[in-house]
Design a binder for this molecule. Structure first.
Ligand SMILES: [Zn+2]
Length: 188
């Protein structure tokens, strides 16, 4: 089939439409996101409870909320990075800490997606993103979103490489290198 022999004009072409991943073997569609199932400090295996079962008596993990030792609070969010030449942004599905007060505000507004306080709230990035972050704690602004969309994150320090990536975008090559690190690659 000639489709398979078509020469690629640019790295962007390899992220268009559906593509077979030479890394994990799955089919991905367009610009795939990376997602972390839990904050990096989560010490247990992946078993997640329903969001509605939220409790504060120890360790808790669901799709959107995490509590550690009853006193550290995390929410699942998305950190977006524009990619040069693409309308769609790359999304890093990751976790941010919140204060207990803001965690409670988030829980209160979660079901109807309304947050009278509006944010942004302060948090700390709770997952590493290879090529962009190191071991240093990274302060974030957490923007709650209407309509049950996950909060979006902005790096507070404008001079940090991840902040620069968020503001200026990254090349498709750089994004492909990132995906490759995490085991995903458009088939050659
Ligand atoms: Zn893959």
């Amino acid at each position: 089939m000639s489709w398979f022999r078509r020469k690629r004009a640019s790295p962007l072409a390899s992220l268009a439409g559906e593509w077979r991943c030479a890394g994990c073997g799955e089919r991905h569609s367009g610009l795939m996101d990376l997602a972390a199932a839990a904050p990096d400090p989560w010490p247990h295996d992946g078993d997640r409870e329903p969001n509605g079962a939220i409790r504060f008596d120890g360790d808790f993990l669901s799709e959107d909320f995490c509590v550690l030792e009853g006193r550290y609070f995390f929410v699942r969010a998305v950190l977006e990075i524009p990619v040069h030449g693409l309308a769609e942004k790359f999304g890093f599905g990751c976790w941010s800490t919140l204060s207990r007060a803001n965690f409670d505000l988030y829980l209160a507004g979660f079901d109807d997606g309304r947050f009278p306080d509006g944010g942004p709230w302060s948090g700390w990035l709770s997952n590493r993103l290879e090529h962009f972050t190191d071991e240093e704690p990274l302060a974030l602004l957490v923007f709650p979103q209407p309509g049950r969309q996950r909060p979006t994150l902005l790096v507070q320090d404008d001079s940090h490489p991840l902040a620069i990536a968020q503001h200026e975008g990254v090349t498709a090559q750089r994004l492909l290198a990132l995906l490759h690190f995490y085991g995903h690659a458009p088939a050659a």
